[in-house]
Design a protein around this ligand. Sequence first.
Ligand code: GAR
Length: 192
Amino acid sequence: MMAHKLLSDVVVLISGSGSNLQSIIDNADNIGIKIQSVVSNKADAFGLERAKKAGIATQFIDHTQFATREAFDQALIQHINTLNPKLVILAGFMRILSADFINAFAGKILNIHPALLPKFKGLNTHQRAIDAHEEFAGATVHFVTNELDSGAIILQKSVAIESNDTAKSLAAKVLEQEHILYPIAIKKVLQK
Ligand code: GAR
């Protein structure tokens, strides 16, 4: 009989396609995690379908139904607190989190950002990297702190920018690397 491996509980937050979520689902055993819940602030996020297909519980929390960012974040906090996960993993979650949320899960929140931080924080990272004539684009997995895209870096992966690259072609190349990077970074954090 195989020894039963201890899995770390995690919650994943998404807003869209969830291709990074898919990579985390596909590598969950190897990472050593159990995804307790996939939470989306968008009802039509394709990542919710990916989660359901994998038999993972999903939760839609509609930010437009809350008067303030803080009220939305309280709803998120309440849901996540019922699960008491080891990590809260942001995978294409496109809402800025308030200090209350970050303090509630201090040191446990991970994010993947499509740039080589500390360069190109925020949005539209690929076009900005091209416009700045950067040689490399890439992705960064980092801890989430109160300052946007500025927490301690866990791992990065770079991609060469070719002269014919567009924001779209670059995004696709970087995303492919994100799918490799995120599972490795999560495993690294859990092994600490
Ligand atoms: C990914 O490229 C991720 O790095 C980015 O959104 C995409 C989500 O794709 N995240 C951010 O820009 C966070 N500010 P996915 O839904 O297919 O994983």
